[in-house]
Design a protein around this ligand. Structure first.
Ligand code: GFB
Length: 311
């Protein structure tokens, strides 16, 4: 990407989109376009059509999506399926029609089978049944990957699809019903300390393992791949390291320096036992993550305190 190229970041208020926007700005890109939901509803195909005709972006980061943790995915599958199909169909199709030079589509590690061979390599896509708590979201993301690949095949576009692992960072959703686990634990543990409580509740058994990537690392990887990667084949973005949910909780508890008992709520699902990804493909291209989980937790405790102070 040229520094003066017109770059559209769809979803600039979310964890991933806001990190991409920050990184683009700090790298010196000076013609970035972004719109709030009120200014541009990405589910409205006419509005998206008008936007692309007017702005004619050169590059598109498609980070706009309906996202949520395990409970939200499991409770509102229609929303996760329809909203995401609509958003991605509109943005990908209008990008092709308006002559966008390159588009990066954000997928998810949940596109892979529930019982994969670990660590998960890219070639395991569509080789087994999906995790039922998020299969609607996963199917939307798989459709997005296929749409990018199909445009490349039929119309010779350059649309790439990246599969990030579980992401956390500034501008996360801290609503306990709909958040992902790391944000939920940051909030539960911070509040427990503040209220001098003696315990927190963990959903499920605490045994599932997850791989966590800070959004600043993900943003760097996305911009790196936008500049270096030109293939229809999907590519994983992760650390290659995983941690059990119980160990994650204990790590955050150690960070806040407050003793807490952990109570398991077994009415809540565990989801996939592990979805650690093989990141050798991106390592071979020359990118690697920089932010350790401990550094990321420190950063997120800070950004959480800052974000709730502004509410
Ligand atoms: O992050 P999370 O909601 O989503 O949950 P997934 C990860 C694990 O943490 C599950 C447990 O085993 C949860 O049961 N967990 C423990 C908690 N306590 C909590 C809590 O207070 N809140 C939450 N949210 N979890 C999502 C998918 O799966 O991963 C999405 O549903 C997306 O579609 C995302 O792909 C990256 O990692 O299980």
């Amino acid at each position: 990407m040229e520094l003066d190229a017109k770059i559209y970041v769809a979803g600039h208020r979310g964890v991933v989109g806001s990190a991409i926007l920050r990184k683009l700005k700090s790298d010196g890109y000076n013609c970035i376009v972004f719109k709030t939901h009120d200014e541009l509803n990405l589910r409205d195909s006419k509005a998206v059509d008008d936007f692309f005709k007017l702005e004619k972006p050169d590059y598109v980061f498609l980070a706009a999506a309906k996202v949520g943790g395990i409970h939200a995915n499991d409770t509102y599958p229609v929303d996760f399926l329809i909203y995401n199909l609509e958003i991605q169909n509109n943005v990908i199709s209008m990008s092709a029609l308006s002559g966008v030079k390159k588009l990066l589509f954000l997928g998810s590690s949940c596109v892979y089978p529930k019982y994969p061979k670990l660590p998960i390599t890219e070639d395991q896509l569509m080789t087994g049944v999906l995790e039922p708590t998020n299969d609607a979201y996963a199917i939307a993301k798989i459709a997005g990957i296929k749409l990018c690949q199909s445009y490349n095949k039929q119309f010779n576009t350059n649309f790439i699809s990246v599969m990030p692992t579980n992401v956390y960072g500034p501008n996360d959703n801290y609503d306990l019903e709909s958040s992902h686990v790391l944000a939920a634990l940051i909030r539960k543990i911070s509040e427990a300390k503040e209220n001098k409580s003696s315990s927190i509740t963990l959903w499920g058994t605490g045994r599932p393992r997850r791989e966590f990537l800070h959004s600043d690392d993900l943003a760097e990887a996305c911009i790196y791949l936008m500049n270096k990667y030109n293939s229809s084949e999907i590519i994983n973005i992760g650390t290659g390291k995983e941690i059990s949910i119980l160990d994650l909780a204990q790590k955050i508890i150690a960070h806040v320096e407050w003793e807490l008992d952990i109570i398991n709520d077994l009415t809540k699902p565990d989801g996939t036992l592990s979805k650690v990804m093989d990141n050798s493909k991106i390592l071979n291209i020359g990118w690697k993550p920089k932010i350790s989980l401990d550094e990321g937790i420190t950063m997120t405790l800070d950004s959480y305190a800052h974000e709730i102070a502004q509410l």
